[in-house]
Design a protein around this ligand. Structure first.
Ligand code: GDP
Ligand code: MG
Length: 677
């Protein structure tokens, strides 16, 4: 006998309490974690309620259906491929702005949904009032306040799930619509027409499918478009929509759809949420008050961060030196091995000049990153960071940045890459976007190496002041562009800053270590693969055509240098193609600049201080430093930005910083010339 088994998926953003609710709903005992990424695989549990077989599925967290990472793909595939009978969409009461995005997507797709308004206790504690009935009526589905950690808080949700399962057949579809700009609406209608004519979409809400096609969602394209040979027709529609849209605004289709959804959510929330902070008398509240106060909070925070930075270098330096020695030993070994075995000098140069030194120059940063992330992990998991973020919020909002942006910026001084990765602590995409876009303006330690060498060669007496000015330039520009981006690209943010202040606790070593390992691994993997391939490219350009001296004027690298040289003619440092080449290799990593100059001028890194005064005038050196400070040249940073927030933004930040850098250099140089410097 066939008996229907009902599938109920528990979905939502990371860390909103899905697994907790899944456990309470199904009686399972899955691991609950206080960081994102706890559930990376789907977990299911089959139970029998009232004679009905129900499979509950715990799905990895995702903010949207446009999956990018593996766990998000697991979530997307579950929702789109397995056709669950019912979805329990878990949203966080203290972060509705971000939680509701996925809900709007799922509603558009026509799923049957019950919303668990989780973390309701935290909202209450923070004095956040949510009009639950209004939410339910706006979205057309039930919102049920829940407290995931306690079974009691889930009873109503459980009843509602059973109720919904019993009434699956006789419930009509919710008519839910987010309004989109007219070109998109027109595109939706055209796609719907095609789908209807070809009878591709039978069930659920076709409008949702049409929107996913406009977004060119991989999975939907594969299932609905490619399999039915509709690619050409759909592409035509998509490019029409894109063209019309660009006449109206700067947005592409994806951005316009995302923006419309957030605008919708924004409007809803202004109507539904009321915040009235409560005072509590406990000791923890007192401590919280001090830690979140502008003066003492700031002093304590800066003190702790200062200590951590000291420790990072204290612990990191010796390890970094070991790694450096390891790599130079490796390089020597390869060299002598190569000679013994009679390898071609070309191949040996590839291994030593190219691969080993290139990859080595990146891996040298690893110890700093590991140590830094370990300490950040401690601050984060102990609950300290949440308090500092509240404290910083006021100061940062003046610059269009979010309180939590503070930490990534701080990390960015060490290296922009972990800083950009650290923006993951920002839960709103727009906050992340603004922070990531200005982060490359923050002076990193790789820039420091260039500053140190150039100032040592040309400005012995003013070294400190010039260094300071470069750092200041970065900070000021980050502030200015923070405001500009906030006003233009990322406006309309629902920037109510509600932060759950978690109880203080001892961070668990296991959590710390696994987080640290994961982050370091990602760094090595992403930076390593990319760096290695760019190294090969640069090395090739420096060694070809065959027989040429490595990185000399006749090599392709030299030819390219001479080609781009004119670009820098207005900046004052365009007289030497070698400088252009060094800037080009800075794309690999900024530290390489000095090495490149050394190698193209045929001197060691120490000898470079003697060569530089003949390459730069003091004025053109300043102009060069400004360029190096402002331009985000580093390819690893570009890749990380692409991975974190998208390829488009990676290209954008590369272009805007390089344009800005060029403009400022031209300005500095020419003003200097006019002033007779
Ligand atoms: P998931 O990533 O969505 O699966 O979230 P988890 O179920 O792993 O929960 C994340 C964290 O939030 C855990 O520390 C839970 O104990 C906690 N948590 C879950 N639900 C609630 C709730 O309603 N209130 C409070 N205060 N904490 C919750
Ligand atoms: Mg989970």
């Amino acid at each position: 006998m066939y008996k229907k088994v009902y599938k109920v998926g528990v979905v939502g953003a990371p860390n909103v309490g899905k697994t907790s609710l899944f456990n309470s709903l199904s009686g399972a005992r899955e691991k609950v974690g206080n960081w994102s990424g706890t559930t990376v695989e789907r977990v299911e549990k089959r139970i029998n309620i009232d004679g009905k077989e129900i499979i509950f599925v715990d799905v990895p967290g995702t903010y949207s259906l446009s999956a990018s990472s593996l766990d998000e793909i697991v979530a997307r595939d579950f929702v789109l491929l397995e056709k669950p009978d019912l979805l329990v969409v878990v949203v966080s009461s203290v972060n509705l702005y971000n939680s509701l995005f996925l809900l709007t997507e799922l509603l558009e797709m026509g799923f049957r949904i019950i919303v668990a308004l989780n973390m309701y206790d935290v909202a209450k504690k923070n004095g956040i009032k949510i009009d639950v009935d209004k939410l339910s009526s706006i979205f057309g589905v039930k919102f049920i306040p829940t407290v995931g950690r306690t079974p009691r808080g889930v009873r109503e949700l459980r009843n509602e799930v059973i109720n919904a399962i019993n009434n699956l057949e006789n419930k009509s579809l919710v008519d839910f619509k987010v309004p989109y700009p007219s070109p998109i609406e027109k595109g939706i209608s055209r796609i719907l027409k095609v789908l209807e004519d070809t009878k591709v979409v039978a069930s659920r809400n076709p409008r949702g499918v049409a929107i996913k096609i406009l977004e060119e969602n991989n999975l939907v394209m594969r299932l609905k478009v490619e399999q039915n040979n509709l690619s050409r027709q759909m592409r035509d529609i998509i490019s029409d929509v894109d063209r019309e849209l660009r006449m109206l605004s700067v947005d592409d289709i994806d951005t316009a759809i995302v923006r419309s959804k957030y605008n919708f959510i924004d409007k809803v929330l202004k109507d539904v949420i009321q915040v009235s902070p409560k005072r509590s008398e406990s000791i923890q509240r007192k401590v919280d008050e001090i830690l979140t106060s502008k003066l003492w909070g700031l002093i304590i925070f800066l003190g702790i961060m200062f200590g951590i930075f000291q420790l990072v270098y204290y612990i990191g330096d010796p390890i970094a030196r070991l790694i450096e020695e390891g790599f130079s030993y490796l390089s020597e070994t390869v060299l002598s091995l190569g000679k013994d075995f009679g390898w071609s000098s070309m191949f040996i140069s590839f291994l030593t000049d190219g691969l080993i030194s290139g990859v080595g120059s990146v891996l040298v940063f690893l110890p700093y990153i590991v140590v830094l992330f370990l300490f950040i992990g401690i601050l984060e998991n102990s609950g300290f960071l949440a308090r500092s973020a509240v404290m910083m919020d006021r100061i940062m909002t003046t610059f269009g940045l979010h309180g939590k942006s503070f930490l990534p910026m701080l990390i960015g001084f060490g290296c922009n890459i972990p800083g950009i990765m650290a923006t993951r602590v920002l839960s709103s995409f727009k906050d992340r976007l603004v922070t990531v876009l200005v982060l490359p303006l923050i002076s990193c330690s790789a820039r420091l190496t260039v500053f140190v060498v150039v100032t040592a060669a040309l400005f012995k007496e003013y070294q400190g002041i010039i260094l300071f000015m470069m750092y200041l330039l970065g900070i000021v520009l980050a502030g200015v562009f923070g405001i500009i981006f906030r006003r233009n690209i990322a406006k309309g943010e629902y920037s109510l800053f509600v932060m759950e202040l978690p109880d203080f606790r001892f961070p668990s070593l296991r959590v710390l270590l696994s987080e640290m390992w994961y982050r370091s691994f990602m760094f090595v993997k992403k930076a390593g693969t990319v760096i290695a391939s760019v190294v090969i490219l640069v090395w090739l350009l420096g060694s070809l055509p065959l027989g040429v001296e490595y990185a000399s004027g006749d090599s392709f690298l030299g030819i390219i240098g001479k080609t781009i040289q004119p670009v820098f003619s207005l900046t004052g440092f365009g007289d030497h193609w070698q400088v252009a080449v060094s800037i080009l290799t800075a794309i690999l990593a900024r530290e390489v600049v000095i090495g490149t100059l050394g190698s193209v001028y045929g001197v060691s890194e120490e000898g470079i201080t003697e060569v530089l005064p003949s390459v730069f005038t003091p004025l053109s050196a300043i102009s060069f430093l400004v360029f190096m400070q402002v331009a985000m040249l580093c390819i690893a940073t570009v890749v990380v930005i692409a991975n974190e927030i998208g390829k488009k933004w990676a290209v954008f930040s590369f272009l805007y910083t390089i344009t800005l850098a060029w403009g400022l250099s031209v300005l500095v140089y020419n003003v200097g010339v006019v002033l007779g410097l």
